[in-house]
Each structure stands twice: as C-alpha cells, then as structure tokens.
Ligand binder design. Structure first.
Ligand code: FES
Length: 172
C-alpha cells in the first residue's frame, strides 16, 4: 500500500484503515513504503516513490533509501553487498563494484599520491553521485520523502531510465 499524506497529518493516521475520510495529499509529502518490522526482516526492499524506483536498506539499526539504479550505468543496487569503508556503510554495486555511501550517496574510490615517500591507497570521495532519500519512521510505518530535484545528480539519468523496470519484491 502506498499513501501520500501531509507530514502534519500522517502521525495520527491509522494507515491500515482506508475508511478514515479525506486525507490532504501533497506531491512532496512522505510516501508510505512498508511496515518497519517487515523491512527490518527482509533488510531491503525496492519500491516506487512518486514514480521513482527507490531501494530501502535496513543496516545495523538504521534505515537508508537511495535511487535503486546505480549512477554509473544503472546497475541494480538492491543486489549489492554492504561493506564498511572508512567507517561508512557502503553499497557495492554488483555490476562494476562502485562503492556508494548509504548515508550521503557519495561515490568512493581509492587513490594514491605518487609524491608520498611510500604511496598508500586512500579512500577519497567523488562527491554525491547517488540520490539519497529521507526516511521517516512513525508508529511502525516507514515513509520515504520524495526528492528535491532542484539540484541534479548523476543517478537522475538512470532513475528516469529505470522507471519502467518495476521490481517491487522483498529480498535479502
Ligand atoms: S553500474 Fe554500478 S558500478 Fe557500474
């Protein structure tokens, strides 16, 4: 079930009941994506938020949401492994192993400085490449806020292409 509710009103709503009367709808209001317990159990789901395919991860006690298609070439991030890199949980894209931080959507890469006496690879950021989405938990329900598209990001290109790829299964 998906429902878009005014942020001020969704706190008090029983989302399992459809006969509560009219609810104020707003295009940028948080979208219900599932039950907290169900997502914790499956650890990841893909769903659509305002027609955009989004993957939601539950990892070590936190929820994260990001565009489901990798910013590099559209790989399915829902099938990636999560690894800790430099203290940051990252999804590793299954196609070409790009690393993306779950918290910020930054692309990480390893670089060496040849000017150092003994060059050692260090993790660096390419900046935010993957669009992340705000997750809100309320009363056992999980909501994802539609993105602010005023700044474009690399993953937007594939978000558009993946629109018709709908895959709404829960998987681990
Ligand atoms: S498509 Fe994700 S790393 Fe290439």
């Amino acid at each position: 079930m998906q429902g878009r509710l005014h942020p001020a009103s969704y706190k008090d709503m029983d989302l399992c009941s459809s006969s509560k009367g009219a609810v104020e709808m707003e295009p940028d209001a948080p979208v219900y994506v599932g039950k907290e317990d169900d997502i914790k159990k499956s650890q990841r789901i893909t769903t659509k938020v305002n027609d955009r395919e989004v993957v939601i991860f539950y990892h070590e006690g936190k929820f994260y949401a990001m565009d489901a298609c990798c910013y590099h070439a559209g790989g399915p991030l829902r099938l990636g492994e999560i690894e800790d890199i430099n203290g940051q949980p990252c999804i590793i894209c299954p196609w070409h192993k790009y690393k993306i931080t779950l918290e910020t959507g930054e692309g990480l890469y390893q670089a060496i400085n040849p000017m150092e006496p003994s060059p050692t690879p260090r993790w660096r950021s390419k900046g935010v490449k993957q669009r992340i989405h705000k997750v809100t938990i309320d009363n056992g329900n999980v909501y994802v806020s539609p993105p602010d598209l005023s700044v474009s990001l690399a993953s937007d290109y594939y978000a558009d292409k993946c629109k018709n790829n709908g895959d709404f299964t829960m998987e681990k």
